[in-house]
Design a protein around this ligand. Structure first.
Ligand code: PLP
Length: 363
């Protein structure tokens, strides 16, 4: 990326040699990203973020589906989606641009396929469901959802931001797929949207770049970084859940009342762990952890100084007192066993300091 900033500074749409070098750099990154997603490179659009890719997928598909006699187009989704989906569809509904049907989620965090099937049979304009959850790591049954959508002739957008680059893909089980290179050691400020050939989207930024799907001069250094990140993600063996499981076991040994937010049989991403500590305010724990060198998140929005419990955990049926004390830990493919053991010791010590290591289990 530093070399691209220094040397590949021209506009990839320019015909001169420097411009064509920039074009080559962008297309090399597109090829690598296509291989990572298991799709033809020409079907990849670069955007500014996972959020923008999701916005382009959802509003882009809606733009091709005018309102019918039943009212604005229907979107089917869940309440465990990332805010990039959840808040967007809620806003579209509030503006009268869409109707939203929320498919129920089972207590373990997976969408209820029996309840989803009749919603898909209504032939909505779009189904949008994530591949893996950013707070709990719970993996949705995307192949089954895609099969239901294909049978009904319904477009399925999958938010793959947490899955892509961390777990392999041979052929995406969807029609549109969003990804974000900063989730797989790439840079921020660049996003990826794949649209299956034949799936129509109306651009939200109108112009000539990215085959007319997303206007604006490309972020060449960011795209170059996305390409290298894709290459490295493919070269690095898939992460195994052993270190995550070790971390959870060590924390629970020291804090018996702590609970992992996902049912034991739910398939989960190898790198994500959401642990609830009863009687604990997540914010206090995050500050203490940070002082001791552990960077974690609460999966919650900070509003007027108080942390609201995560809507994702509430939608999964996690009781509010537990959701208030839920901390989200992420491992990377570079995390070592030693780091996991040290982090677990620090987490236990902080929980003890805050008086949350003992007491009865709430669930
Ligand atoms: N979707 C999921 C599941 C995410 O985890 C995130 C980011 O955390 C996003 C969407 C948004 O991606 P970005 O940060 O690239 O806008």
């Amino acid at each position: 990326m530093a070399a691209a900033m220094e040397w590949v500074w021209a506009n990839p749409s320019s015909v001169h040699r420097a411009g064509q070098e920039a074009r080559h750099a962008v297309e090399t990154a597109r090829s690598a990203t296509g291989r990572l997603l298991g799709v033809p490179a020409r079907e990849i659009t670069f955007t500014s973020s996972g959020t923008e890719s999701i916005d382009l997928a959802i509003r882009g598909v809606l733009g091709t589906k005018p309102a019918t006699g039943d009212g604005p187009p229907l979107i089917v989704t869940t309440k465990v989606e990332h805010a990039a989906v959840r808040d967007l569809v809620a806003t579209l509904e509030a503006r009268g641009e869409a109707r939203v049907a929320w498919a129920p989620v089972r207590p373990g965090g997976c969408v209820d396929l029996d309840a989803l099937a009749p919603l898909i049979a209504l032939r909505p304009a779009l189904v949008t469901i994530q591949w893996a959850n950013n707070e709990t790591g719970v993996v949705q049954p995307v192949a089954a959802i895609h099969a239901l959508c294909s049978t009904a002739g319904v477009v399925f957008h999958c938010d793959g931001v947490q899955w892509i680059g961390k777990s392999p893909v041979t052929a995406p089980p969807c029609d549109l797929l969003s990804a974000s290179p900063h989730k797989y050691h790439g840079p921020k400020g660049v996003g990826v949207l794949w649209a299956r050939r034949g799936v129509r989207i109306r651009p939200t930024l109108v112009g000539t770049q990215e085959s007319g799907r997303r206007a604006g001069t490309e972020n060449v250094p960011g795209i170059v970084g996305a390409g290298i990140a894709a290459e490295e993600a493919m070269a690095t063996p898939r992460g195994e859940p052993e270190l995550r499981d070790l971390f959870e076991r060590l924390v629970k040994e020291e804090c018996p009342s702590a609970a992992v937010n996902a049912s034991v049989d739910a398939p989960r991403l190898w790198n994500t762990s959401s642990i609830a500590f009863p009687r604990l305010e997540a914010e206090a724990m995050l500050v203490l952890l940070s002082e001791r060198g552990v960077c974690a998140s609460a999966g919650a929005a900070c509003s007027s100084g108080s942390l609201e419990p995560s809507p994702v955990l509430l939608a999964m049926g996690v009781p509010e007192p537990l959701a208030h004390g839920a901390i989200r830990f992420s491992l990377s493919r570079e995390t070592t066993r030693d780091e996991v053991e040290r982090a677990a010791r620090i987490v236990a010590a902080c929980a003890r300091t805050l008086g949350a290591s003992t007491g009865e289990v709430i669930r």
